[in-house]
Design a protein around this ligand. Sequence first.
Ligand code: C5P
Length: 423
Amino acid sequence: MPVSQSSSETSPEILSGKRILLIISGGIAAYKSLDLIRRLRERGASVRPVMTAGAQAFITPLAVGALAADKVFTELFSREDEQDVGHIRLARECDLVLVAPATANIMAKMAQGLTDDLASTILLATDRPVLLAPAMNPKMWVHPATRRNRETLAGDGIAFVGPGLGEMAESGERGEGRMAEPLEIVAAVEARLSATRPTSGPNGPLSGRRAIVTSGPTHEPIDPVRYIANRSSGRQGHAIAAALARLGAEVTLVSGPVTLADPKGVAVVHVQTAVEMRDAVLAALPADIAVMVAAVADWRVADIAGAKIKKAPGEGPPPLQLTENPDILKTVGHHAQRPRLVVGFAAETDDTVANGRLKLARKGADFIVANDVSAGSGVAGGVMGGTRNRVTVIGRDSEESWPELDKDMVAEKLAALIASRLD
Ligand code: C5P
């Protein structure tokens, strides 16, 4: 996955002064942890490393310690270390525990609550947020045992970044299992830290703020059984609604037809068409924030047939007369009750950023989140309908490219950006 190295990709202030306990377990991807340490530290975080015995077969504690500028902890029963810091203090005196790479073995131990070395003991003893960057052979990643462990850990509140698709360093096999790139892990650490800030929830930075989010596709009927639609799943919009609610906002989510459950703590208005979506959005005004994520159909059928259009032999297909749908973002961006912060999305297949910038002005938005939805975007599984996204956030005088992330992470970072802008 190509990740550009520009330093504008992440928000340095989130990591400044943060203490990351980095557990390196034994996999070939451990070599990437060296770069990861550098990336975290250059953003102001301190990194305290713990290495498993397996990790030390791939990289040396000397290299890790030198890059982290800290002692490397490796032993559970080291008298010196226990008197000095101790595994309980290691587990608690940090803002986040990051396991990178996380092997199938350490995931299995965590899922079972096993503690047979320093790393697994810390992972059971910690009360801090935990983020795993799995790395393993693709067959191990899709094995039912690993699937079960991942589900168990996700249920326990453990967050994941990656793995991505790629070629395995050791075997050349292709598939999911490649550790996320260091910059993607840094972004996930930031997202996790901003989501778990003690100020989140009812006393969060967005408490007292009202937000309207649109999500999903619209269905524009042709006749009672047929409609025009697109591939939007609603994942990104729903994740943004949930992330804003977690920061304390009172959120109205106007959702087109999706198969997702309604996010917790969010008022959801279900609609089918663009016209219904516009009406529901305008009914939810006034608001402080509008995030228009829905993939609204640009056109609807001018005359919807009251009965199913029949296929008449020899007559060919019926002509479909289309008419333009209302542009909801543009309406909100120029409304008398315009929210203080208006954010739009721009799904583009070419000239992503240039087109996003044009859209910013035309629609009266403060930010356009531009994403490349072309088949060649390189995003695993495709953006439309998929679980991952790579976006550029375009402001009136700013532009930030984020690495490829899970849509949940994009949502958390965007919610944090919105909160900082409204501050
Ligand atoms: O013009 P385009 O469809 O590319 O613009 C995308 C942005 O505009 C998204 O934020 C989308 O939710 C919003 N939009 C809208 N109403 C439309 C079309 C797009 O709100 N009819």
